[in-house]
Ligand binder design. Sequence first.
Ligand code: GH3
Ligand code: MG
Ligand code: MG
Ligand code: MG
Length: 312
Amino acid sequence: VVKPPDVNVLVDHLDRLTERDPDQPLRIVIVDDDATLGAYYEMALQSAGMRTRLVTNPMQAMEAIYDHNADLVVTDLIMPQCTGFELAAVLRQYDGLLALPIVFLTADLDAETYRSAVRTGIDAYMTKPVDLGDLAETVRARARRARQLKALMVRDGLTGAYNHLMIQDLLASEVARARREGTALAFAMLDIDHFKKVNDRYGHGAGDRVIKGLSRLLHQRLRRTDMIGRYGGEEFAIIMPHTAPQDAVDRLNLLRQQFSDIPYVHGDTPFQVTFSGGVAGFQDGRDAKALNQMADAALYRAKNAGRNRIEL
Ligand code: GH3
Ligand code: MG
Ligand code: MG
Ligand code: MG
């Protein structure tokens, strides 16, 4: 019934939700077939500092959620086109919306309705007439926590880099954008050299410090618009929008130099670590999978050519 968004829209949504400023106003979508009531809720949430978007037709809810980049949805239960339950059931089918809180507003509160609501995955249930103060507090608390959860969901715990799934989604999204806008895009894969030896000689704690060290360097030295993901154990993937492949190689060579200069110590023993990298550039006809394979093949060449180098 409700049209599902395409993957790229989902990814844009997730990415915008993880923006670095957690203090920006909470964004709320209100679904109520009664426009007057809806405007009344909007006013209450707006005066509590939130940004709202009202839809009076639940069929437009999904689009509004993505378009408004919603942190939370408030929905009426009884509406002519579909019920609030049906809407919630559809929303809950998307991984990208799992953390999206859904707050129900309804006049009816029999036990069976309550149980169905809980089963559907709603987060809060408020009976009409709704106290506007209660509404604002409930919405604020749940939207805020959802935002925090979402930020955690797409990040790797050790390094804070995007996790594998997220960086793959972001790559698909950036490839689509580069194709649409005709802009350059580079994708790189990095792998720490002889990392097993680091673990074997200095222990896993030291190994973890090295992984975190590389992640920190990447986050400090790359552009804010570059996206950094932890691909696997000691492998990182980097998406560089608006960057020609050779420029990506040059930049990564600089980072490679800086990383190999970091003086690690284990007890009294100093040690240094290097990484290798493979770069692929977007051009027409190449999708995310092709870029993955090309970057991987280039990385393999870098390893075979003696490591501590970047190949294109
Ligand atoms: P190469 O130069 O060919 O990449 O050699 P390598 O030893 O780095 O080989 P490979 O990339 O296959 O080895 C990765 C090792 O990284 C294997 C695993 O024990 C270790 N590793 C994976 N994840 C973690 C982690 O989170 N922490 C630590 N300390 N070690 C990890
Ligand atoms: Mg109604
Ligand atoms: Mg590896
Ligand atoms: Mg390695």
